[in-house]
Unconditional design. Sequence first.
Length: 210
Amino acid sequence: MDDQVFIDASGTRRLKDKELVVPIIVGTVAFSLGKKASESSSHRWTVYLRSPNNEDLSYLVSQVRFDLHQTFQNPQRVVESQPFEVTEHGWGEFDIIVHVYFTLDSGVREAILYHKLRLYEDGEQPGCKQDPKKPVVTETFEELVFSEPRVDFYQRITHHQPSLLLPPSQLAPFFTTINPTLELDMIHRSRMKVASMVRDLALSSGLAAH
């Protein structure tokens, strides 16, 4: 048997000490309702999950569940096809929980992400005048990490040929341009910095104890 492959408890072949990393973006786009605003509805907003290059995610993601604030009717919204997005109206900002469900061959049920809905830019206050045609866009770059993935799943994902999502999301013109390579590099640098700080802290604590 290949030294890089092992058999898990269920008899599935997996890659030893290997990680499969897939970049993903969670975001919100919020439009002010302007003169149509009311006390209970000042904005129309959309929360979404997308790929950095607006590609089709169906090769990896089977469905997405967005957990909204409990004050919304039916706060758990399940989207089973692309684009993975939910549009609502409201007046307040809150944290949205995003459950990402994967294809069966991944062997992983879901990943849970968190995203803050923002209706105002930094420095703006509720009730301030906003341009209804200029939305507030907030996006978070994330990594989906599959540790010691199944061999067949790893091979399928790494050999997948990307294709653009058709038709594209109507919000695509407002998406920010993100370079996954640069974002991943920043994340890896941050991880290394944190690991170094942890080592330094452990070392200083050890010296203090003597």
